[in-house]
Design a protein around this ligand. Structure first.
Ligand SMILES: [Mg+2]
Length: 249
C-alpha cells in the first residue's frame, strides 16, 4: 500500500488475523473532514460501506465512537440504531447497546438545567459561540470566532466545568460540559472486554481519543489522524487515508 506509514499495513494484517477483533473509530475529523457547520459533516465515500462489510465478518465487532449525541451520530452516518454496528455517543455516555442511555438522576437533571442557563450567559461576553445541547451535556463551540472572543468563551466555559457534578472535556475549539462521567477509552475497552477481543484497532483525531490510545496494548493498533501530540503508535494525515485503512482491513 502506498500512502500509509511503514509497518502499519503489517500491524493491521496481524490484528485482522486474530480470532476476535474490535474495529472502532471516531467520526468527525476521521471518517469525515472537519467542516465549519458540524451538521453538514458527511463521511468520506466508501467508509461506512467498508465498516458495514467488516461488521458482517465473523469475529469482528465494529463501533463508531463519537462526542456527538447518539441520534445525531446515527443521522450523520446513516448507521441505524438497531443494526450490527455499535454506536457510542456523547464520549461514551450513550450507546445503542444500553436501553437506559441518556437517563439522568434527578440531581444530574438539576445540575444540567443550571449549567444550560450558565452557558447561555457566556453569550454576554462572546456572542458568536454556538451552543449544542445533548441529553447529558451542554457544548460550547468556538470554531471560526475571533481570537479574543474565542479566548473569553473558552475561559468562561472551563470555569463552569469546575463546579461539583460537572465534568469538562476539551477538544478542538470545543468545551463540553457534561453531568455524566464517561470517556471513549472506557467505552472502547468495555466493548473489547465484552467480546473478549484479541486486538483493538482504533482511529481518532482529537484530545478525547487519547483516552483510548493510552489504554492500548501491544497487539492493538492505535492510529492518530492529523497533527498533535498522541499516545497512538501510528499516524496518518486525514480521512482519505482512513478510507484506505478501512478498505485494507
Ligand atoms: Mg474527532
Amino acid at each position: 500500500m502506498t500512502g500509509l506509514p511503514d509497518g502499519l499495513a503489517e500491524a493491521l494484517s496481524y490484528a485482522a488475523s486474530l480470532p476476535t477483533l474490535v474495529v472502532a473509530t471516531d467520526f468527525d475529523g476521521v471518517l469525515a473532514p472537519i467542516v465549519l457547520d458540524p451538521m453538514t459533516s458527511r463521511p468520506v465515500e466508501g467508509t461506512i460501506e467498508d465498516l458495514r462489510r467488516l461488521a458482517g465478518r465473523p469475529g469482528v465487532r465494529v463501533a463508531l465512537v463519537s462526542g456527538r449525541d447518539l441520534a445525531t451520530l446515527s443521522q450523520l452516518t446513516g448507521v441505524e440504531l438497531d443494526g450490527p454496528i455499535r454506536l457510542v455517543g456523547s464520549h461514551g455516555a450513550e450507546s445503542n447497546n444500553r436501553r437506559d442511555w441518556g437517563a439522568l438522576t434527578p440531581s444530574q437533571t438539576a445540575i444540567l438545567t443550571r449549567l444550560t442557563r450558565q452557558v447561555r450567559g457566556l453569550r454576554d461576553s462572546a456572542r458568536g459561540i454556538r451552543i449544542e445541547y445533548k441529553p447529558s451535556a451542554v457544548v460550547v463551540h468556538t470554531r471560526g470566532l475571533a481570537d479574543a472572543e474565542k479566548a473569553a468563551a473558552t475561559k468562561g466555559a472551563k470555569a463552569l466545568g469546575r463546579q461539583p457534578g460537572v465534568h469538562r472535556k476539551l477538544g478542538k475549539d470545543v468545551v463540553e460540559l457534561t453531568v455524566v462521567r464517561a470517556d471513549k477509552g472506557t467505552a472502547v475497552m468495555d466493548l473489547a472486554a465484552e467480546v473478549r477481543a484479541d486486538a483493538v484497532v482504533y482511529l481518532g483525531d482529537d484530545a478525547t481519543d487519547e483516552d483510548v490510545f493510552e489504554r492500548m496494548g501491544p497487539s492493538d493498533v492505535g492510529i492518530k489522524v492529523g497533527p498533535g501530540e498522541t499516545a497512538a503508535k501510528w499516524r496518518v494525515e486525514g480521512p482519505t487515508q482512513v478510507a484506505e485503512i478501512l478498505h485494507l482491513l
